[in-house]
Design a protein around this ligand. Structure first.
Ligand code: TYD
Length: 136
């Protein structure tokens, strides 16, 4: 059983045959949150650090649909590191995690499924503010 309150690598259903592979994310499967938004990161320079923020309510599923990159997560107490390098794996990121994404390989792309529409008020962009929020 997946604990959706902690970051977890989950399998993304894949249909592969001699013509290639097709991955599927749909309502409730494999991510049991409403998918209200999909966005994608691409053309990221290898030395770029993306993210550097936390969300108060948002659940996300991050998939490396091409290439690889590293996701570092911090809940104010514990740090974890995930390398995403396969379209058939996805990283669930619950609310309350400071995240940084880095070491993007050339040509890599991150596809992100999000449980709500874009809302700047859901972001915490200052680490000290996050640390205080996480302690509360
Ligand atoms: P941001 O969330 O800071 O990107 P990252 O965490 O990957 O570094 O967003 C970058 C810019 O894109 C920022 O100006 C806000 C805008 N944006 C939207 O307009 N809608 C969205 O859904 C997202 C994720 C970002």
């Amino acid at each position: 059983m997946t604990d959706w309150d902690v970051p977890t690598l989950i399998n993304v259903p894949e249909f592969r045959d001699g013509l290639g592979a097709l991955g599927v994310v749909e309502k409730d499967a494999p991510f049991p949150f409403p998918i209200k938004r999909v966005y994608f990161l691409y053309d990221v320079p290898s030395n770029a650090v993306r993210g550097s923020h936390a969300h108060k309510d948002l659940h996300q599923l991050i998939v490396a649909v091409s290439g690889s990159f590293q996701v570092d997560l911090d809940d104010g107490k514990t740090n974890s590191r995930f390398i995403l390098n396969s379209p058939n794996k996805g990283l669930t990121v619950p609310p309350g995690y400071w995240r940084t994404l880095r070491n993007f390989s050339a040509g890599s792309a991150a596809l992100v499924f999000a449980s709500s529409e874009y809302n700047p008020d859901d972001y915490i962009r200052d680490y000290d503010e996050f640390a205080e929020w996480a302690r509360a």
